[in-house]
Design a protein around this ligand. Structure first.
Ligand SMILES: C[S@@+](CC[C@H](N)C(=O)[O-])C[C@H]1O[C@@H](n2cnc3c(N)ncnc32)[C@H](O)[C@@H]1O
Length: 252
């Protein structure tokens, strides 16, 4: 990432507060955790929002992330939930893990941070080698703002919240650099500290493009669903166009 290292840790602390109220995805993952042998593997665990939820429900989990700053905040925040959770710095673009997993979550848009198709291929090839059959993997994928709310694309939005007694604010702009590449610029602040800038890029991955990449990597039974509702899971057709964030699931 292009952002200076000290900003990354500040951002991780901001992100932890910003994302703390979101929990719609947790039941989908708990359902997988109940059906497959432990531990769960979460790729892109960030500051451990989901890992804490898994531990509290009695599940063992391993969380990996490419950001050491996100992992540092996750470590601080796990507290007594930490007994059931292991954290590791790992990049699936580089290599597989030595341990093999039956249940894997590529949670909240982590896959969208892979910008090149070749990075996506390497990630999936190494993921496949880190899984033992029977296994299930779930991807939570982002949809660009320009597809959901075209009138807001390129506009600055101000979000201010109080979380656990701490005031956070962020000015946020998302714009498309190409038909698939979204740039997000955020000026964030915690407790009225001076604003810091964070710029990230995410690639829109259509259901059909992920289906093809998963099939190429050897995955089967590839389906997708919206609204975190797996009861609506269906096979992926070429023209499928999500109306919001969506999930893709596959098996080995
Ligand atoms: C939006 S955050 C989600 C964090 C957490 N899963 C949550 O739900 O709150 C996306 C995370 O994916 C991580 N990430 C991005 N690319 C990654 C990669 N190639 N491998 C592992 N993690 C990655 C980022 O560092 C970031 O922590």
């Amino acid at each position: 990432m292009l952002n200076p290292p000290n900003v990354m840790l500040q951002y991780a602390r901001f992100y932890d507060l910003y994302a703390s109220g979101f929990a719609r995805d947790l039941p989908v993952y708990l359902d997988v955790a109940a059906k497959y042998a432990p531990p769960l593997l979460e790729i892109g665990c960030g500051t451990g929002r989901l890992l804490r939820g898994f531990a509290r429900e009695g599940h063992e989990a391993v969380g990996v992330d490419v950001s050491r700053d996100m992992l540092a905040v996750a470590r601080e925040r796990l507290g007594e939930d930490g007994d059931r959770v292991r954290l590791a710095h790992h990049d699936f673009r580089a290599r597989p893990l030595s341990e093999r997993f039956h249940a894997v979550l590529v949670s909240l848009h982590a896959f969208n941070y892979l910008i090149e198709i070749e990075e996506q291929r390497l990630f999936l090839r190494h993921l496949r080698r880190s899984m033992a059959s029977p296994a299930r993997v779930l991807f939570d994928l982002a949809v660009p703002l320009s597809m959901l709310r075209p009138e807001l694309s390129g506009q600055w939005r101000l979000i201010e919240r109080e979380v656990a007694g701490t005031r956070i604010s962020v000015r946020d702009r998302r714009e498309m650099l190409t038909p698939l590449l979204e740039r997000r610029t955020q000026y964030f602040s915690v407790d009225a500290a001076p604003e810091a800038e964070m710029v990230t890029h995410r690639r829109y991955v259509t259901p059909a493009s992920l289906r093809d990449l998963l099939a190429e990597a050897g995955f089967e039974h590839i389906v997708w669903f919206e609204n975190y509702d797996p009861s609506t899971a269906r096979a992926i057709q070429l023209g499928d166009r999500p109306s919001g964030p969506f999930m893709v699931a596959a098996e080995l």
